[in-house]
Design a protein around this ligand. Sequence first.
Ligand SMILES: [Zn+2]
Length: 274
Amino acid sequence: MRDDLMIEAIAWELDAKVSARSAHAYKSVGHKLAYFCPVEECLASVSLGEKSNIYFLAPDRHVPGCPNDSKRTGQASVPGRPAARPMQVVEEPIPSHLGPPAGFKKKLRLPSREELLQLARATSVTPVSHFGTLREVIKAWKKMRSSDRAKFPLTISGHQMNYESAFQFIGEADRNIERLNFQERIIFGQAYVEEWGHCFAVFSLYKFTVEGRKLSLRYTVNKKDNPEDLRSLVGRNVTIFLHGPVPYLSPKGDVLMLKTDPNDKYAGIIIVGQ
Ligand SMILES: [Zn+2]
């Protein structure tokens, strides 16, 4: 029995084990999927619970002794109630994918016990699917010891990589920006922040050679469109993480510009103070 919350379950339609947060992401776009306890002896049907955390619970309860049964429900008179401690802290799952929840084929019936058992076995050796935003992926990367990064899988645009191989240091460009793969990898490097009237400008310290000139990569953002945190980074060195948009030469040819969509949570630029 567990005294924390159940945050992973098998998703029948996805043929995968998913995090409760990803299940919530599916739900929020209108997909009601079938979820099950991944313990082979149990396989109880579970659904999403949401209080201050997002977790799975078994309305018809787990089998006795299932490790996903909560302590409180073990002896409780109310079956299936999760050990919902409203302020309980759930460790954020490490994203296995950068991007929105993947598409899936609708299944017309629920699985048989045998099918579920096979899925439980298959998914017991694969990492749990958790679809993260660019910010969440970078947060997880920063938290990891660099020697551990290769152990954690990360899929970007269908390419299976890990937290080491998916990140490319800006210096690997060897001054040629075309050597950086902005669309399939996350590019990172040092930059500094300046305040320019009504906007903030972020310059890479690393310079690229373009048509014989040494150019920085520059990102500017209007103050009114910008999170407050850039203000505190003015005049400081920062780390930038870039994914998706490819920088382009400014009309004057004096800088490499970057245009991002502020509403895209899965691509763009993340700026982190050092
Ligand atoms: Zn169970």
